[in-house]
Design a protein around this ligand. Structure first.
Ligand SMILES: C[S@@+](CC[C@H](N)C(=O)[O-])C[C@H]1O[C@@H](n2cnc3c(N)ncnc32)[C@H](O)[C@@H]1O
Length: 199
């Protein structure tokens, strides 16, 4: 699994500082809301959500990520239900949530499944619940083609907003992200960020 070796190190590969989008989203959630962190990695969003007393379920297909999340949660006395699972199969049978977070994971879902996965995320959200998504936008047709050839998916400009046209959009942004240095040469991504509320 691509991320296992990264997550098996002592340091947190993605750090522990929660994403601003996740921090901003919780003002729209009732206390004790039941939330799902899809592709949670080592758990930085889940830790923040659990610290804020939400009822957190977290899944990732990296065993090392879930192991590290569980160890940290135990140490910090945070209650998180964490499972090794694939986003696609998990969404088939799971219960409904008040908020579903998909932070930097949907780019890994290939073109055959991405729209079914978005539909599932939407249908597994309770009325008035939130979807909080950060993912990638293709910068040009050449990049899109390369990404598709690797069975991954970057959205077109405006595409994610269109997929949420029946929801109330609380935040939407498409913009070039900051320079990142993790694991590879310095790089930056064209990002889409969304907070949407089910009507
Ligand atoms: C870029 S990391 C983001 C981790 C975390 N959400 C964060 O923002 O720190 C992407 C994560 O998605 C997980 N992932 C990718 N495809 C997945 C799938 N189909 N099912 C479950 N997890 C997946 C990877 O194992 C990895 O931990």
């Amino acid at each position: 699994m691509e991320y296992d070796s990264r997550y098996s190190k002592k340091e947190f590969y993605w750090g522990l500082k929660p994403h601003n989008l996740v921090v901003d989203s919780i003002q729209h959630l009732p206390s004790n809301a039941k939330v799902l962190d899809l592709g949670c990695g080592e758990g930085k969003a889940s830790f923040f959500l659990a610290k804020n007393n939400f009822d957190v379920t977290a899944i990732d297909f990296s065993e090392e990520g879930i192991k590290k999340l569980n160890e940290f949660a135990k140490k910090e006395n945070l209650k998180i239900k964490a499972d090794v699972s694939d986003v696609k199969s998990y969404l088939q049978d799971c219960e409904k949530f008040d908020a579903i977070f998909a932070m930097n994971v949907l780019q890994f879902i290939g073109p055959k499944n991405i729209f079914t996965v978005i539909e599932k995320i939407q249908s597994k959200t309770n009325p008035n619940g939130l979807n909080v998504i950060a993912s990638f936008v293709a910068e040009n047709p050449r990049q899109k083609k390369v990404v598709l050839s690797k069975d991954r998916y970057f959205f077109d400009e405006g595409e994610l907003r269109e997929l949420y046209k029946d929801w109330k959009i609380l935040f939407y942004e498409e913009k070039l992200g900051d320079w990142e240095t993790h694991g590879e040469p310095k790089h930056r991504h064209f990002l889409v960020k969304l907070i949407a509320q089910k009507k």
